[in-house]
Design a protein around this ligand. Structure first.
Ligand code: HPA
Length: 276
């Protein structure tokens, strides 16, 4: 059997030994949103370090566990803490939790993150609905022997972020009076913030925001047939646009400040997505 798939099915068995919860939506919490998982109706939790060989986040502010529960009546599995490629894990491990949530039964993947803003129409503190993405200097998580059990060798990526989900999130934002423009997310490898020249190049290539996670997760999810949607919180202006040097603390502070509105938007979106 494919080694990556073998590890995945082993992790699945271990999680299934702890809970038989069937999620409809899988939610990944980005910086600032970590506390969201503590506010839902929790049915079970599984720490990443309880699962053999599972990648564990090393980033301050990122916890490491799956939380199973309900947002209103919608059954969800939440990743409270994600792993990033820059932490040194192979790409197959970075996307392992995403694939696992798909195998646990989730049909929709809801991604959230904190990003640097490039588009001046989406300033720090605002949110952006991800319409499309590209990766710069980050390998595809699908490189290597294809996992036929999950999807095809050459999957189409022309609508990773599904239009029907985007419409529901836009209507959720409208109902909450939260400004939400759509745009393009560009993933850089990190862990260093980008140079002003890289940000300029990303802008010319069509990026509205830049981050260090999400796009590889969305590719793995799309490969296995999950419906993907995602919202970015603009935590800072990207390098060269910002007047001051970038720090992780600044990113965390702005993400924390935006968290109450972000949480409300995520809840309202999940209710609308889960109600069909
Ligand atoms: N660049 C990359 N990732 C980020 C940034 C940034 O400016 N802000 C938050 N995550």
């Amino acid at each position: 059997m494919n080694k990556v798939y073998e590890k995945l099915t082993k992790c699945l068995k271990e999680v299934r030994a702890k809970t038989d919860f069937e999620p409809k939506i899988a939610l990944v919490l980005g910086s600032g949103l970590g506390g969201y998982a503590d506010e839902i109706d929790v049915k079970a939790t599984v720490d990443y370090n309880e699962i053999s060989g599972f990648p564990v986040s090393t980033v301050p502010g990122h916890k490491g566990r799956f939380v199973f529960g309900h947002v209103k009546d919608v059954p969800v599995v939440i990743m409270q803490g994600r792993v990033h490629y820059y932490e040194g894990y192979p790409m197959s491990d970075v996307v392992l939790p995403i694939r696992l949530m798909g195998l646990l039964g989730a049909k929709t993947l809801f991604l959230t993150n904190a990003v640097g803003g490039i588009n001046p129409e989406i300033p720090a503190g605002d949110f952006m609905l991800i319409r499309d993405q590209f990766m710069y200097n980050v390998p595809s998580p699908l490189i290597g022997e294809n996992i036929e059990e999950l999807g095809t060798r050459f999957p189409d990526m022309s609508e990773i972020y599904k239009k029907n989900l985007r419409e529901k999130i836009l209507s959720a934002a409208k109902s909450l009076d939260i400004k939400l423009l759509e745009g393009v997310y560009a993933q850089f490898s990190g862990p260093n913030f980008e140079t002003p020249s890289e940000i300029k190049a990303a802008g010319i290539m069509g990026a509205d925001v830049v981050g260090m996670s999400t796009a590889c997760e969305a590719i793995a999810a799309n490969h296995m047939g999950l419906n993907v949607c995602g919202i970015s919180c603009i935590a800072n202006l990207a390098a060269g646009i910002s007047k001051t040097p970038l720090t992780h603390d600044e990113v965390q502070e702005m993400a924390d400040a935006a968290a109450p509105r972000f949480k409300a938007l995520v809840t309202e979106s999940i209710i609308r997505i889960g109600s069909n």
